[in-house]
Design a protein around this ligand. Structure first.
Ligand SMILES: Nc1ncnc2c1ncn2[C@@H]1O[C@H](COP(=O)(O)OP(=O)(O)OP(=O)(O)O)[C@@H](O)[C@H]1O
Ligand SMILES: [Mg+2]
Length: 280
């Protein structure tokens, strides 16, 4: 009985210490944005890496935290897959891309690319809190957090643990099934008093490279409709862009590598809207 109480007190003290570390570490980062979606595979990671690259191109000092512990794709998408982590007296050092984007992902800590992460809630919460509190992000203008789909442990930890989170960006496709789950993300954010910066409709339309005709494979306009219904801003549509479908590990193009595409133009327009929001 006595030892249970002692354990409980020790646990509470450890959590408080961690809270202090997170508050201190996050205070050095001017803006923090979480990317979420109701459904999986709608393009959160694609949007996250392109947003961070676009802000970086605008002169922001940027970082990205891959909070998807079971399917950490950010290192692959930013061309830093397989890199090793270093540490110094400041803490764990994030991996830095060629363009100077700081990246942290559980993928850097796994023994091999095929190693599964079989963790329950508390362990996942613990890992994300460590990334927030003990990674030496240092002074940054913007940190983007890429979440796994849904409203489970990882996004909940991100939304509850980051002090002064600027808000969330929700990614959806125009499919009715994905749209239905957007409402859950909005409701979650509202219940935690986190602002919704806006909704992005991804995979909205495909321009055939042969005939130039545009087809709306998954429909179109649903993102805007749901934004109006839920009374949150709409940030725009992103087309299906074949350069965003990688043929191999090295082929993942982010915006900085193909600035003329419609996808890149739309990302830049979204970045302008997000910038206007966070500067308010
Ligand atoms: N606009 C787009 N055009 C073409 N391909 C895209 C586009 N957006 C995403 N993709 C591709 O769709 C797949 C899923 O995208 P992504 O991994 O970004 O989704 P996600 O929402 O992060 O998935 P998860 O829920 O598993 O984390 C990837 O292969 C990605 O390259
Ligand atoms: Mg993802």
């Amino acid at each position: 009985m006595q030892s249970d109480k002692k354990k409980e007190t020790e646990h509470k003290m450890a959590m408080m210490e961690e809270d202090i570390a997170i508050t201190k570490n996050m205070a050095k980062i001017k803006h923090k944005i979480a990317v979420m979606s109701g459904k999986g595979g709608v393009g959160k990671s694609t949007v996250s890496v392109n947003l961070v690259a676009a802000f970086n191109q605008k002169g922001y000092h940027t970082g990205i935290l891959d909070a998807d512990l079971h399917g950490p794709n950010v290192p692959l998408m930013l061309g830093v897959k397989g890199r090793q982590l270093d540490a110094d007296e400041q803490g764990i050092l994030p991996v830095v891309t060629e363009d100077n984007i700081k990246v942290m992902s559980l993928a850097f800590l796994l023994p091999s690319k095929d190693s599964p992460v079989i963790w329950r809630g508390p362990k996942k919460t613990g890992a994300i809190r460590q990334f927030l509190g003990y990674v030496a992000w240092d002074e940054l203008d913007l940190l983007i957090v890429d979440n796994p789909p849904g409203t489970g442990d990882e996004p909940l930890t991100v939304l509850q643990s980051i002090p002064f989170l600027d808000g969330i960006v929700i990614v959806t496709t125009p499919s009715p099934v994905a749209l239905e789950d957007v409402e859950k993300c909005v409701a979650m954010a509202k219940s935690l008093n986190i602002p919704v910066i806006g909704i992005i409709e991804n995979m909205a339309g495909f321009i055939c490279p042969k005939c130039g005709e545009e087809s709306f494979i998954f429909g179109s306009g649903g993102g805007q409709r749901i934004a109006v219904k839920m009374d949150v801003p709409f940030l725009g549509q992103l087309p299906i862009d074949l350069s965003k479908v990688p043929d191999s590990d090295e082929d993942m193009h982010i915006i900085t590598k193909n600035n003329d595409s419609l996808f890149s133009q739309r990302i830049m327009e979204m970045v302008d809207k997000i910038e206007e929001y966070i500067k308010k």
